[in-house]
Design a protein around this ligand. Structure first.
Ligand code: BES
Ligand code: ZN
Length: 672
């Protein structure tokens, strides 16, 4: 709980460039992964030739699970657990072996019972530790058809914050105790039970936990039975309802001591926020957010939340910021709890965003799941965008989109302008590469390009496309292309072509604009080139983007007057009925993922809009950010520098920021 305030500060007040000290102290995923990505890579070639790319093959498909019957009995004193798996499987092709994922688990016995046949005991368990797999060998062929795979196993409640692990907490008397919790994404379900641990291998789960009777036991679904454990009367057997068909990385269980607050969302879902004992009141804010958020998403996606309950729980030891396990979302304490008597606005905003993010995954990720980890950027980028949409809906007074621009958007631009950036979409083979791709590019650039896409499509068609996508792929898996296709159908626009230019190549363009007045028409010359933090490049094969460009005028600065899709290096655009003394601004709302370099005259003409504040705050913010980056890297003439300084100086900022600004400007000489 000690770093609650600062976490939000990191994310919302945002350092412009990676701040190693902050990240070491508050290693949220977004921040710490960024450090990993940017720590030592010095050139594009080193980045893309991943040093030891391990060969990787996915699990064979000759045997696949339909239902996991899973019983787990954790020992919170010895930090071990016993497990019993009875998986209903389909054999699609006769075989005498079954290959599954398994890591740090000892299998005691395994057998296969063909439907209506005799039990066949496995004669060997061949562990491939490097690949985190086990091959169960059988003395005869398992024939095509249904069967029951039975495995008894034991494991350790580890202290690594992944798989099935122990989390330490102190009860009010000062005594230290342990909870048993899970964190399976991306590939750690295999540390809790042998399984087919790939996102596309979905099955239903029937989970039973055997736990001390004074402990809370939670899993994805509601409890359907609770009875004394016959062999030990200090224990109870808690059985949960069957889950919908789902991926292993979304399975979760928690056994510990917690208080909770409860409410019902307007669409009939029971929502609980579990807190450390004695801190239930600190769960009230998240409860309010969650009960508002569920109906918001139900309405936005036109698809109801499919489970009867959702629990949000604060875990004392938690590696990520939060995890979207279906029906049982886990959070680090600072991302969920708000002390009603002692909290600041940024803490509440952070909690609201994290809750909004994880609940969005209940649809986008959990109901429809990425086919492979290659599409993870979409999962995270989408949730990182829609969390703002949701918070804006629930708390319009936060003006949260301005924070998106000052946080995710500008950070993504800064990082993606570096030579050692990488495309959002990267091929993932071996699961050990999954970690590599959870960085600010997948989160913040991902969110920024989805925001641009949403703006390009328009909310109505975007929702139509999302609804079609969720309905078509619900309880299944999908790829990035599948989403583009649904959005393309809904909008009639070339979504795949536009988006591929943003996701498959790194970086972004700077849009160079000049204007001429022709009678009552304004004629714009617009061109694009790659923006590089290290200065302009005159590469021969300069990449191109398909750039949705919107334009507004001083007549109505909040309204787009014209939209064009720049799909070539340059174009000319005619805007009718623009009075000669009216200014014109590109990218109103700062939604396009690019920087703008105005001609001197256009830049000067914006000064009145800046001074009288008719240019909206996000537009002033975007302009300020662009000018700063140009001042440092692109401008090469003293006169231009003076002009930029004049415009920057006109953008009102609190005194302290103004002083920082002046200091930074004073450091900009000589320009090169
Ligand atoms: N699915 C992720 C958490 C995750 C990512 C766990 C990678 C394990 C490996 C979750 O939805 C997420 O994005 N969490 C963020 C917080 C969120 C508000 C951005 C995190 O943990 O930083
Ligand atoms: Zn996420």
């Amino acid at each position: 709980m000690s770093c609650r305030v600062s976490l939000s500060v990191i994310r919302l007040a945002l350092p412009r460039s990676p701040n190693p000290i902050a990240k070491l102290v508050f290693p949220t995923l977004r921040a710490s992964r960024l450090l990993v990505r940017f720590k030592s890579v010095s050139s594009e070639s080193t980045l893309f030739s991943m040093p030891e790319r391990r060969p990787f093959v996915r699990l064979p498909t000759d045997v696949y699970p339909v239902n996991y019957g899973l019983r787990l009995k954790p020992d919170l004193i010895d930090f071990t657990f016993e497990g019993k798996l009875e998986a209903a499987v389909e054999v699609t092709q006769g075989t005498n072996q079954i290959v599954m994922n398994c890591a740090d688990i000892d299998i005691i016995t395994a057998s296969f019972v063909p439907e209506g046949g005799e039990e066949i005991n496995a004669t060997g368990f061949n562990y491939q530790n490097e690949d985190e797999k086990v091959t169960l060998c059988f003395p005869s062929t398992l024939q095509k058809g249904s069967g029951l795979l039975k495995i008894d196993f034991v494991g350790e409640l580890n202290d690594k914050m992944k798989g099935f692990y122990r989390s330490k907490y102190t009860i009010p008397s000062g005594e230290i105790r342990y909870a048993a919790v899970t964190q399976f994404e991306a590939t750690d379900a295999r540390r809790a039970f042998p399984c087919w641990d790939e996102p596309a291998i979905k099955a239903t789960f029937d989970i039973t936990l055997i736990v001390p009777k004074d402990r809370v036991a939670l899993s994805n679904m509601n409890v359907v039975d609770r009875k004394p454990y016959p062999e030990d009367h200090s224990l109870v057997e808690v059985k949960f309802a069957t889950t919908p068909i789902m991926s292993t990385y979304l399975v979760a269980f928690v056994i510990g001591e917690y208080d909770f607050v409860e409410s019902q969302s307007s669409d009939g879902v029971t929502v609980r926020v579990y807190t450390p004992v004695g801190k239930a009141e600190q769960g009230r804010f998240a409860l309010e957010v969650a009960t508002k958020t569920l109906p918001f998403y139900k309405d936005y996606f036109s698809v109801p939340y499919p489970l009867p309950k959702i629990d949000l729980i604060a875990i004392a030891d938690f590696a990520a910021g939060a995890m979207e396990n279906w029906g049982l979302v886990t959070y680090r304490e600072t991302a969920l709890l708000i002390d009603p008597k002692n909290s600041c606005a940024s803490s509440r905003q952070w909690v609201a965003l994290v809750v909004g993010h994880e609940l969005a995954h209940q649809w986008f990720g959990n109901l429809v799941t990425m086919e492979w980890w290659t599409h993870l950027w979409l999962n995270e980028g989408f949730a990182s965008w829609i969390e703002y949409l949701c918070v804006d809906h629930c708390f319009p007074e936060y003006d949260i989109w301005t924070q998106f621009v000052s946080a995710d958007y500008t950070r993504a631009l800064d990082l993606d302008a570096l030579d050692n950036s990488h495309p959002i979409e990267v091929d993932v083979g071996h699961p050990s590469e999954v970690d590599e791709i959870f960085d600010a590019i997948s989160y913040s650039k991902g969110a920024s390009v989805i925001r641009m896409l949403h703006n390009y499509i328009g909310d109505e068609d975007f929702r139509k496309g999302m609804n079609a996508y969720l309905l078509k792929f619900q309880h299944k898996n999908a790829s990035t292309e599948d989403l583009w296709e649904c959005l393309e159908q809904a909008s009639g626009k070339p979504i795949a072509a536009v988006m591929n230019s943003w996701t498959k190549q790194m970086g972004f363009p700077i849009i160079v604009v000049d204007q001429e007045q022709h009678g009552s028409d304004r004629v714009l010359k617009i061109s694009q080139k790659k923006f590089c933090a290290s200065g302009p490049r005159n590469d021969e094969n300069c990449p191109n983007w398909m750039v949705p460009i919107s334009i507004c005028t001083s007549e109505d600065p909040s309204c787009t007057k014209l939209e064009v899709l720049l799909d070539q290096p340059e174009t000319t655009v005619n805007i009718t009925n623009v009075a000669p003394d009216h200014w014109l601004k590109i990218n109103p709302g700062t939604v396009g993922f690019y920087r703008i370099q105005y001609s001197s005259a256009m830049l000067e003409s914006l000064l009145p809009g800046i001074r009288d504040l008719t240019l909206l705050p996000v537009d002033r913010l975007g302009l300020q950010n662009d000018l700063f980056s140009l001042l440092h890297k692109q401008a090469d003439m003293q006169e231009e520098k003076n002009r930029i300084e004049r415009v920057l100086g006109a953008i009102p900022a609190p005194d302290i920021i103004q002083r920082v600004l002046n200091f930074a400007l004073s450091k900009c000489e000589p320009l090169c």
